[in-house]
Design a protein around this ligand. Structure first.
Ligand SMILES: Nc1nc2c(ncn2[C@@H]2O[C@H](COP(=O)(O)OP(=O)(O)O)[C@@H](O)[C@H]2O)c(=O)[nH]1
Ligand SMILES: [Mg+2]
Length: 258
């Protein structure tokens, strides 16, 4: 009871004060700043802007050194006159370092050694032998007037995307209409990389956001390639090791979808 009376009294007192004094004032200023502040602003505007301190010079970059290509390394081996046993061993070593399997490297060097004449360019001789070692199984078996789909698979960094760029350029030069599909939806910037290659080769690209289903990209790409009347569709895939079964199953799915 006492509490109710006290609360009622406080409410009445508050209402009376409100009518007598008005609402509480807020410390808000409208209009121009008071004279002392105006002087401060004027001074600040006229003060010279301090010159920017010069940035410290960037550290000296080390000079770019060009790694000699395979051809120049091989010519260097043969520059000292007639090849010795050491030269042939070094040549085998150069090939193995360039990812040629040891057995194939040995076979190639053996063949080059057999037919080598001192006047010949070792790089030309080697190129012929390597082409021979690759065999004739590189026909693309394209079906003219119909869509041929090439699906490119392999381990990471093997050169799938780069090779697709080269294939697209080559087929384009042969007068074929080429479409590319980016079913590598895993690697960062894979789409950007293939976009650059498609642009260079004048090919049409089908791509989706990173993380999309690679099978869905492949499906869309076939539809798009058909409706554009493309002769060839080259499908890029994310690199994987053949020992990773779930990743191999994913490839099998993309192939089924295609
Ligand atoms: N020198 C050289 N580098 C290559 C060749 N093919 C690919 N590369 C490089 O190898 C790296 C991996 O190639 P990429 O095509 O992205 O491999 P992917 O992961 O199989 O698609 C890139 O830096 C390419 O520039 C080639 O024929 N010669
Ligand atoms: Mg790639």
């Amino acid at each position: 009871m006492t509490v109710v009376i006290v609360v009622a009294a406080l409410v009445v007192l508050g209402a009376v004060l409100f009518f007598l004094v008005g609402p509480p004032r807020r410390a808000r200023h409208k209009g121009p700043p008071p004279a002392r502040l105006a002087g401060f602003f004027a001074e600040a505007r006229e003060a010279p802007v301090p010159a920017e301190a010069p940035l410290p010079a960037p550290p000296e970059a080390p000079p770019l050194t060009r790694v000699p290509g395979l051809g120049s390394r091989i010519r260097a081996l043969f520059s000292g006159g007639a090849p010795t046993t050491e030269t042939w061993k070094d040549l085998e070593d150069v090939l193995v370092r360039a990812d040629v399997g040891p057995r194939v490297a040995e076979r190639i060097v053996h063949r080059v050694r057999e037919g080598f004449e001192s006047a010949a360019d070792p790089v030309d001789v080697l190129a012929d032998e390597i082409a021979g070692a690759l065999g004739d199984g590189t026909q693309l078996h394209l079906r003219r007037g119909d869509l041929t789909v090439l699906m490119v698979v392999g381990v990471n960094g093997a050169g799938k995307t780069t090779t697709i760029g080269k294939l697209a350029a080559m087929l384009g030069r042969e007068g074929m209409k080429v479409s590319l599909a980016n079913s590598d939806t895993f690697r960062a910037a894979a789409s950007e990389q293939l976009t650059v290659w498609a642009g260079r080769a004048g090919a049409h690209l089908v791509s989706q956001a990173r993380g999309a289903d690679p099978g869905a990209v492949a499906y869309d790409a076939v539809q798009a390639a058909r409706s554009r009347g493309s002769d060839v569709l080259i499908v890029d895939t994310a690199g994987r090791l053949h020992t990773r079964q779930p990743l191999m199953d994913e490839l099998a799915k993309v192939k089924r979808v295609l």
